[in-house]
Design a protein around this ligand. Structure first.
Ligand code: AMP
Ligand code: MG
Length: 288
């Protein structure tokens, strides 16, 4: 149990165990509507999100405080998932609990002409969290073995080598103090259809709709294969994948909250020691 006190209640199996990708995981067989490890319903889930969000916020503030006094560590949340899997909502409803000044958030879209002139990790390195920050990647370097592979944007003999390269890159990050939490979110094809339909129905959601999302649906099997290979080839001890069923948004949000709390607790954080003498400062302040 970490310094933040309360253990995650209502989880019969910790999210870190229930969601950890393993060698036998087949995403084609995944129950995207499931709530692995969790006993409660939506009401409880929504209440827990607030409670545990406050714990996350507290831990993040400690990391931030330590970053101000020379601690070089950081946490990086990598969010991958097909369109409508809820990556944006994750940022808003989970990361939204923490102080924005402690968050380095980046959404990775189609590379710009400048980005395309560089190695694919170039834009990723530029976006890495600074010391004491919580980095959040909405999509990531994994697009370079997902969309890039599915659409043949580079030949196979190029993307094939990227898995090992990504592993080396993440090892380097881990070695230099960045705790990596990788989350792959999966919705069913049906659930995606409903979410896209809603984007077409609601004026406030039209901006999220992209006609190419429908084209991508026809490539679902190819994406599943690419996601499966990604999980099989880049699920390491130092940068593990967590596979999160995402048909129920309330579940995916509390699950990722727990994964982040676990990552922060493993840092064994405490408030930094003051760099001044408290009594002296109290005296000086009183006399001022
Ligand atoms: P969205 O997340 O809805 O804003 O969409 C971003 C789009 O950028 C998605 O269609 C991604 O597949 C695409 N994208 C992200 N990274 C890459 C990449 N490295 N190469 C090609 N397309 C990408
Ligand atoms: Mg989109």
């Amino acid at each position: 149990m970490g310094k933040s006190g309360k253990r995650a209640e209502h989880w019969h199996t910790p999210a870190t165990e229930a969601l950890r990708a393993g060698p036998h995981l087949r995403i084609a067989d995944l129950d995207t509507n499931g709530t692995p490890g969790f006993d409660g319903d939506k009401d409880l889930g929504e209440r827990l999100l607030e409670e545990r969000g406050a714990v996350l916020s507290h831990l993040q503030e400690m990391l931030f405080a330590n970053g101000r006094t020379g601690d070089e560590r950081s946490v990086l949340l990598v969010l991958q998932g097909m369109d409508t899997s809820g990556k944006g909502g994750m940022v808003r409803h989970v990361i939204g609990h923490v102080d924005p000044q402690g968050v380095d958030h980046t959404a990775f879209g189609v590379p710009t002409p400048e980005e395309l002139r560089h190695h694919y990790l170039w834009r990723i390195r530029k976006a890495l969290p600074r010391d004491g920050q919580l980095g959040v990647f909405d999509r990531s370097h994994y697009e370079d073995v997902l969309v890039v592979r599915v659409h043949d944007l580079v030949p196979e003999n190029v993307w094939r080598h990227r898995y090992d390269e990504i592993n080396r890159f993440e090892r380097e990050l881990d070695d230099t103090g960045t705790t990596i939490v990788k989350v792959a979110m999966f919705v069913s094809l049906d659930e995606q259809k409903q979410r896209l339909a809603e984007r077409l129905e609601r004026r406030d959601k039209h901006w999220k709709y992209n006609p190419s999302d429908v084209t991508e649906r026809s490539l679902w099997p190819e994406y599943q294969k690419a996601y499966q290979d990604m999980l099989d080839r880049t699920n390491t001890d130092y940068a593990p994948w967590y596979v999160v069923p995402a048909d129920r948004k309330w579940y995916s949000r509390i699950a990722v909250t727990e994964l982040l709390i676990d990552a922060f607790e493993r840092l064994d954080l405490d408030w930094p020691e003051p760099t001044f003498d408290i009594d002296t400062e109290k005296r000086r302040l009183a006399e001022s």
